[in-house]
Ligand binder design. Sequence first.
Ligand code: 1CP
Length: 349
Amino acid sequence: MNIKNDLFLRAFTDAKLPRPPIWLMRQAGRYLPEYKATRAKAGSFLELCRSPSFCAEVLLQPLERYDLDAAILFSDILTVPDAMGLGLTFGVGEGPRFSKPLREESDVHALAVPDMAKLQYVFDAVAECKRALTQDGEQRVPLIGFSGSPFTLACYMIEGAGSADAFPLTRRMMLQRPELFQKVLDVNVGAVTAYLSEQIRAGADALMLFDTWGGVLAPRLYREFSLAPMQRIVAALRAEFPSVPVMIFSRGAAHSVGAIAAGGAQGIGVDWQSDLADVRAAAGPHVTLQGNFDPLLLTTDEDTIRREIAKSLAGFDPHHRYIANLGHGITPDADPALVGTFVDTLRST
Ligand code: 1CP
């Protein structure tokens, strides 16, 4: 497939680019009234995720409003544990909840890589999103596929929901029963590798591993239980699909940027609590950095946005191996007009 605007993919080469490519984590989402309208039509968030045509509809919404250089599959990281039989629900106005979390040793022993047929709706959504991006035989921008990291998925699978307290049940199993916890991670490595491989076969042009919670761990535990399993996935994907870049986004793990870069991922997502120039120094010149503006900027004003963009990029080369993005997902209270200011300012960088 010919990609009309491939700036995002060129950021994974050593080419000097005329401007940084830009997209936004959670660019399709609740800050857009048209997203809320589609979700209402679908009935619920999960029904939206399970309908390839609605997924394609919300995928296009931010591209209609803003000059973005990539689109991300509309789905969620929790589709995989749901396919393992853990029973995912989203209450109205609440976060995710699993009806059968991993609490007993027997729950872990019963856990297995799910049949990918249970996730066919996601692969169908990838294909439908790809079709929706295509006009006159040309794809407008690259399509990013994604998964949660084995550790971040384990957090939800064991805790059974989000956590305000850094996932205590998960960390206790990790500390007290490391071999049992490793069994969960091993199943997740197998599941995520199969899941992302199928997303590539369905049309994903690049991949991202969302490791939202790896940063709750001390650096040595992060490397053992979060980074190492991700590196097994990256190695397997690189062996089979060498031309598809894979990015790792570990929130709160700036301490291990050198180790992430050494481990084979082509890109590193940088959170908003780091300075880009420091991360570049730690990562070296041959890995692509993505990030790292504070999502809160999109709730401020135009002057603040312009000033912070200029200050964040001081001492950093945004034309080489760099993708402009936020340091975490857009929040529901972001102002759609300020998102436009943010995108336009970065496009003229
Ligand atoms: O009510 C709604 O409409 C649901 C809100 C929502 C949306 C828009 C959820 C529930 N998930 C999503 C989509 C989503 N989730 C995408 C695709 C959209 C895009 O980027 O444009 C992606 C990549 C995710 C990934 C995701 N889901 C992560 C990792 C990234 C991150 O932001 O840290 C995590 C941790 C989740 C779990 C999840 N799903 C939804 C919520 C509210 C949460 C967080 C739960 C918690 O509080 O821990």
